[in-house]
Each structure stands twice: as C-alpha cells, then as structure tokens.
Design a protein around this ligand. Structure first.
Ligand SMILES: NC(=O)c1ccc[n+]([C@@H]2O[C@H](COP(=O)([O-])OP(=O)(O)OC[C@H]3O[C@@H](n4cnc5c(N)ncnc54)[C@H](O)[C@@H]3O)[C@@H](O)[C@H]2O)c1
Length: 673
C-alpha cells in the first residue's frame, strides 16, 4: 500500500523537496488562527498534510508540519511556496494544454501577488481569512493539474484540494470549485476552525477562493455607487451632483476596505478612514488610494474639514482606532454626513476587529497569548462603537452597515436593542445594511452588479481599448442615472489609476450590458484588436449570493434565509459552460451566514464562447432579478416584465400577483374571530 499512490499517479508534487524559501520580513503575516484541536486532531492534521508528500520525506515534513500547526494554528506548507514574488504574468508565459488552464493560473497568481494579497505567505488574499487554497502543496498541485488540463476535462477543487481531473466536454466548465461548504448541524465558526486546522476546509471569502480578486479596485465601484446613492437618498443630493462638501467617516484600509478613501474621493467627499495597522496605510498611501496620512486626531480632522469647506475631495488615513476617532469628532461637535465601518467584523475574534486601547502589534500578541481576554476586549469596544454610532445618528448622521457583519457582531456581544424587533436578528437591525436601503433597490433589483474583466496579456493598452469600448456602449444605451454613473466611472477609470496587479476593470452593468460587453470583447479578441480576456464578477451581486445580512437583505418575503439562489446560479453557470465556477460558505459575512458563488469566463474569440456568453450571462444576473421580483421588489418586477417581453418564446420568468394588505389583514381577522 505504501507505494500504491506514487505508482498510480502521474500528476503529483515533484519527488525532491523544494529548498525552504526565504521569507521577506517586509510583508504582513497572518496572526495565529484559532483551532481547539485535541491531541488526536493534531495527529490527524499532520497525517492529512502528509498525503501530498512522498513517504521518503515524511519524517522530515511531519516535524515541519507539526511545528507550523503549533505556531500558526494551521499547516501552510511554507516550504512549498515558490521563492520571491508571485504575480499574474502575461498568459503566454504559463504552460498549459488549453487557454483556460493558463488563464486560471494568471488569476491564481494575481490573487497571491505581494502587491495584492493581505497575507501573501499564508495564501490570504483579503478579508482577514479569505484564502486562494489552504496550503502551498495544494497551490503547486493545482498548477500541475492546470498545466495538464485539456479542453475536454474538468478539474474538481474542494476547499483548495485538487480532487482530480475528470473527462467532460468542450462546453463544460474547466474547473469547478467549492469552499467551506458544511453540513447544517456543523455549519458554525467553531467547527469550521477545527476543519480548517485539520486541512479539510478553506475560507474562500468571495473572490479569494474563487480566484477572481482584482485588488481593491473590485470594490471601489460598489463603494462609489453606495456613497453617491446614499448622498442622493439621504442627503438630498441631485442625480447630477456629487458629494462635494460632505464628510464621510469609516474604518479599515485593508484588502477591500482599502477602497473606501478612493471611492469617497471619486464621489467628491471629504473623508477620514481610521486604520490601526500602519503597514496597510503605507500600502494605500503609496498606491495613491489615500491622499493624506497622520497619527494625529487633530490633524486628520483639520485636513478633512478644510477640504470639506472648500468643496474639495480628500481621503485622510488616520492611524488609530475608529472608536478614538468617533469620540474625538463627537467631542468637537463635528457633523458627520455619512458613516460606515469596514473592519473585518465577519471574524472579529480572529483578528478582524481591533479593540480600543491596543495597538495593532499588541492585538496580534494578545490574539496569540490570551484569545479569551481578547474576545472580552473586542466585545467591549464593539458595544462602545455602537453607542457612539447611536449618538451620531441622533445628530443626523446616516450610518450604514457596509456588508462586514458589523451590526451582527454587535448583536453577538449580547446587544438586543440593535435588533429591529428588539429580540433577535430575524427582522434585521435598526441601522440598515447598505443593500437594504441603497444598493438593493437602486442597483441589484435592476440587475446592475459588479461585472469585471482582466486583460490576460497584462498589457495596459488592451485595458484602455476595452474601457473605451465599454464607455461607447454605455453612452449609446443610456436609460437612467445608473447608466450615466457607470459611463462616468469607466470613462475616468484610467485617469483614476485603479489597477493594482493585473490589468483589470470593474464596471457595474445589468444583464444585457454584461452580455453585450462580453460579446463585444470576444469580438475584439477574434479580430486581434486585443489579447485574450477573462470575465468574472464579484460575488457581491444581485444573483450569486444568498446572504441575509448583506446581498439578500432587501428580500422581504421570508426567503432571505434560504440558500437556493446561489446554488441554482452556480449549477446554471455550470450547465451553460462558464470556464470556471465557485461556490462558497460565508462570503463577506462569515461562516454559516452566506452561500455565495462566482465565475470566470475566458474569451478566446471563438464562436463557442459567443454561444456560452449568450446563454450564461443573462442567466447569471437574471436569476437574481427574478428572485427579487418574486419577493415583490418593484424595480425588479419592472425589469422582469421587460425581460419576458425581450426573450418571449425563449425565457420566461414567473411574476407575483400583488395582494392588497388590507384585504389580507381582513381575511386573517375574519378567521381569527
Ligand atoms: N461591502 C462589500 O462589498 C464588501 C466587499 C468585500 C468585503 N467586505 C467585508 O468588509 C470587511 C473588510 O474587508 P477587507 O478585505 O478590507 O478586510 P481586511 O481585514 O483586509 O481589512 C480590515 C481592516 O480593518 C482594520 N481594523 C480592524 N479593527 C479596526 C479598528 N477598531 N479601528 C481601525 N481599523 C481597524 C484592520 O487593521 C484591517 O486593515 C470584511 O468583513 C469583508 O467581508 C465587504
């Protein structure tokens, strides 16, 4: 049995162990992760990791893995990390037997780029814990499989583990990914932590484990839309004006939250973003994503107020805790127009939220030495943070939860007054999630969502050409203010220097916009105007994600706790031949709180791809609009009615009859007596 695996496999890690790579100390490292393993579990975790290793090296690697487990709470297999910088190279530099095999390698490497990833050595792309896969053995093996993959095979990846290649057909997905999907009874953080430490569960976040992260740009457009529309809805800003003269306060300059300052600037606002980790401020400042940085509360507030007064935008990074900033602003009677938070509250006790009174370094140390004490401090700060927000709310500030589970985290500390029904979270919270008030009705219900593409040549010229083509298309199809916003966004995208890593773009589009742009780009590839392109989207979208505290928080027919839409979306994308598809547990809100999925679609200029795009692109979006229409959301119903007309004889979506409230109340009263 000992040699059975070695003889039976042709695709496996190289026999010789790689040299242990040098780690560059300038890059951030993940804190120790919680695991609560028994002695038997620890043995199992080490044995599990050894499944990738030739038995001749077990004695050496068992010790290395044991050491990693003790030190980090996880086995990352650091020895197998290729030394130096990983990045999404031009596609022609990758080996492979089909274009998808090479394209997917570009995306994986882009997710692990030092300039892009949050903890590159621990394979964490963003969101504190969102990993490409669990360990570097998996990374190497996935790459080997992608090099061998043909256009008649499908690679199956389960929580980062490449299960194997299975024959399929040319119109089938080339890779099918799932991450962290757990059986209901065990679907909680504690069981997940144990499974992750055993090496059998990966937290994919959204685009980290779906290999479609494009740097913080991916969220800038959504944040820009959210801020601008919050201004329109709550501050009375006209549709053709921006947030000039308004003040926005938030926290977090990490993987995704790093977009907040940039988005506020593009939307015209003065903003201060608090961040406890100076190295993240450094990254955002060097990239030009924040305009000022300071550790002084007085200076931060003065800079912002000067800009606000002059109607000029700015993004000030304040190095310190958000709660300190809120206390200072309150004491100085500064009026805040818009307020949010984007700390990693989906994992507050895992390092996602820094308690008041601790520096970032002290937080990391305490996480390691006294996790229980850390928990208590987190709870105390979250409660105080919430009290401060309530005080600002009384003074007229509009606070919204920006999809990081902040309100849920406060509720989990035992604060019931944060619930709409004063009891539990079933009816949501007293402050809206940004999807409930803004993104849902203004964008998702129409189908507008985070369509994105990457130019696989890494050539900025290709991105420029696609930007121009997109701007031209939107200008010619300008139906409502959302289209105009999208036009302005893509017109100015290059000027706003949004690219970090590969040459990618995000552009909110509805079902038809996504399909038509996809077809246009494929035509450009066919004509040789540009190199190959990969399309994708964020999971933070109208259709791909079931998340009652976020994406589906404006679904009010009781189905917000169901996870069928995301599952159907994923299955439907497989059936229609998207190049790769992903389904995850947890998304941006945490284990057990979301089922979310995404896709990647390689444009090689072929007719085959045109056929897939015509089937898959409308499906991927309209499933979300259909669900929203069935939940009686007005804008979604109008969009579905138009779609039924447009696709008559081909697609047909069921629509709800609307019942009169009074009639239903009377009917119920009449039988209750
Ligand atoms: N709304 C969306 O579209 C969307 C998209 C992606 C992610 N998210 C969610 O947003 C959150 C942040 O994502 P990310 O990728 O930026 O995570 P991240 O962990 O990279 O960044 C969070 C940052 O907050 C900082 N921070 C933590 N506590 C703080 C405090 N008390 N004061 C000041 N700074 C503090 C951390 O140092 C870190 O840099 C996650 O919960 C994620 O799931 C939302």
């Amino acid at each position: 049995m000992k040699d059975l695996a070695n003889e039976a496999m042709t695709i496996k890690l190289d026999y010789d162990l790689p040299e242990y790579p040098k780690m560059d100390p300038q890059y951030r490292r993940a804190p120790r992760r919680e695991s609560h393993l028994t002695q038997a579990d620890k043995l199992l975790a080490i044995k599990n990791a050894l499944r990738y290793i030739h038995p001749d090296h077990h004695a050496q690697m068992a010790k290395e893995f044991a050491q990693e487990l003790e030190e980090h709470g996880r086995i990352y297999g650091y020895r197998f990390r290729p030394e130096g910088k990983l990045y999404g190279k031009p596609i022609d530099e990758y080996k492979g037997k089909c274009i998808e095999g090479k394209a997917i390698q570009v995306m994986i490497d882009n997710n692990l780029d030092f300039d892009v990833a949050l903890y590159p050595y621990e394979l964490v792309t963003y969101g504190e814990t969102g990993q490409v896969c669990q360990n570097w053995m998996q990374y190497r093996l996935i790459k080997k499989y992608l090099e061998e993959l043909t256009d008649e095979q499908t690679l199956v990846v389960m929580s980062g583990h490449p299960l194997g290649l299975f024959h399929s057909h040319k119109m089938a997905p080339r890779v099918i990914i799932s991450n962290g999907l757990m059986v209901g009874t065990f679907d909680d953080q504690e069981n997940f932590n144990r499974a992750a430490a055993l090496g059998v569960a990966n937290y994919g976040q959204m685009t980290a484990g779906g290999w479609m992260y494009i740097g913080p740009q991916g969220i800038v457009h959504g944040t820009f839309n959210t801020l601008l529309n919050a201004g329109r809805l709550k501050l009375g800003i006209p549709n053709d004006k921006d947030l000039a003269g308004k003040l926005f306060i938030s926290a977090g300059l990490g993987g995704m939250s790093g977009a907040q300052g940039k988005a506020a600037e593009i939307a015209g606002a003065a903003s201060i973003i608090a961040e406890v980790d100076d190295s993240r401020i450094d990254t955002r400042y060097t990239q030009g994503w924040v305009s000022h940085r300071t550790g002084s509360l007085e200076e931060a507030v003065n800079i912002a107020l000067e800009h606000q007064k002059a109607g000029k935008p700015c993004a000030v990074a304040y190095h310190g805790n958000i709660v300190d900033l809120l206390e200072y602003l309150y004491e100085k009677n500064v009026h805040v127009d818009l307020m949010s938070d984007q700390t990693s509250c989906h994992v507050p006790y895992d390092g996602g939220y820094c308690p008041q009174g601790l520096t970032f370094e002290q937080r990391t140390e305490m996480l390691d030495k006294d996790p229980e004490g850390f928990r208590k401090l987190v709870d105390k700060t979250l409660q105080h943070h919430y009290e401060m927000i309530c005080k600002f709310h009384e003074r007229g500030t509009y606070f919204f939860d920006y999809g990081n589970s902040f309100l849920k985290a406060v509720y989990d500390t035992g604060v019931k007054s944060i619930c709409k029904n004063g009891e539990n979270d079933l009816d949501g919270f007293i402050f809206p999630s940004y999807v409930e008030d803004i993104l849902g009705p203004c964008l998702f219900d129409f189908g507008y969502g985070p369509f994105r593409w990457c130019c696989l040549s890494r050539n900025p010229e290709d991105l420029h050409k696609t930007d121009m083509a997109a701007a031209e298309y939107i200008k010619a199809h300008n139906r409502r203010y959302q289209d105009y916003d999208n036009y302005v966004w893509v017109r100015d995208a290059e000027k706003n220097k949004l690219v970090v890593g590969t040459q990618c773009r995000i552009l909110y589009q509805d079902a038809m916009g996504r399909m038509n742009l996809a077809l246009k780009f494929n035509e450009m590839v066919r004509n040789g105007e540009i190199g190959p392109v990969i399309l994708g989207r964020d999971h933070h979208d109208t259709g791909g994600t079931d998340a009652p505290f976020r994406e589906t928080s404006n679904i009010k027919d009781g189905s917000n706790i169901m996870a069928e839409m995301a599952t159907q979306c994923y299955a439907g994308n497989a059936a229609r031949g998207m190049s790769y598809i992903a389904l995850h547990n947890g998304g941006g809100t945490g284990i057990g709180r979301a089922i979310n999925g995404g896709f990647g679609m390689v444009l090689d200029g072929s007719e085959r791809v045109d056929t897939i795009l015509k089937m898959a692109m409308p499906w991927d979006t309209m499933i979300g609009v259909s669900r929203r229409s069935w939940a009686r959301n007005e804008n979604a119903m109008t969009t579905v009615a138009e779609y039924n007309k447009m696709y008559a004889g081909q697609d047909h979506i069921t629509m709800p009859y609307l019942a009169d409230d009074k009639l239903v109340e009377d009917a119920l009263k009449s039988v209750e007596g």
